[in-house]
Design a binder for this molecule. Structure first.
Ligand code: HPA
Length: 234
């Protein structure tokens, strides 16, 4: 059995899936962290691999950027492949002033400007939230490893380039929202819908108010810490 966007057989996908946005990051994680790794998907270049991490089967599947793209891959993983645990390993732009480049945001909840949940819920405002167990394990491990991290709400936006960004930052930071990404809200919502557990880990790749950005090398080393964190809580 395969799906329109995933050519893997059901048996080729693990119950636990790491979700980077960038398919090349899926390849990087598979090559650097997993053993007995096999590619299981390459439809549209959205690479997926399954392998072992300390004896545990893990799949890594790219989601693309934005909620419509992530929604397709995550829906198929949950509905057709029976996936139980999803961990996004992505990047975000910080908006709170005391968060620094390369910090890890452990997303407790996700607000959004997306029309997706308006279509799903009408006038109900659903509260997409992280799995409590995964969240606790991630924060404990991050503390133990003395990583620079923050557990906080994020804002999942449909727009990377947003004319209203200054006003939005003012409003969102007043309510303690730490960073912006483009996928977490949909991943948390779908996990709730299909009774799975999800957590979003995000390294701060840029600071939205100042425009400051990580170098490629900084991104890579920060990403490595985050992947270790993700794999260690499985
Ligand atoms: N906005 C949205 N998503 C992002 C950003 C951003 O500034 N940086 C990394 N992912």
């Amino acid at each position: 059995m395969s799906t329109p966007h995933n050519k893997a057989e059901q048996s080729e996908i693990a119950e636990t899936v790491l979700l980077p946005g960038d398919p090349m990051r899926a390849k990087y994680i598979a090559e650097k962290f997993l053993t007995q790794t096999q590619i299981c998907n390459d439809v549209r270049g959205m690479l997926g691999y399954t392998g072992l991490y300390r004896g545990k089967r893990v799949t890594v599947q790219g989601t693309g950027m934005g909620m419509p793209s992530a929604s397709i891959y995550v829906n198929e993983l949950l509905q057709f492949y029976g996936v139980k645990t999803l961990i996004r390993v992505g990047t975000c732009g910080s908006i709170l002033p005391d968060i620094r480049l390369k910090d890890i945001i452990i997303a407790t909840a996700a607000s959004s400007d997306s029309g997706i949940n308006r279509q799903r819920f009408g006038d109900i405002s659903f509260a997409p939230a992280a799995d409590f167990g995964l969240l606790c394990r991630a924060s404990e491990f991050a503390e133990k490893k003395a990583l620079r991290f923050r557990c906080a709400g994020v804002f999942s936006s449909d727009l990377f380039y947003d004319d209203r960004i200054k006003d939005r930052i003012k409003l969102l930071t007043a309510y303690g929202v730490a960073a912006i990404d483009m996928e977490t809200c949909e991943i948390y919502t779908l996990a709730a819908r299909y009774h799975a557990s999800a957590l979003s880990l995000l390294t701060v790749s840029d600071c939205v108010p100042s425009g400051e950005r990580c170098t490629t090398e900084e991104r890579q080393s920060a990403f490595k810490d985050m992947v270790e964190l993700a794999l260690s809580i499985l």
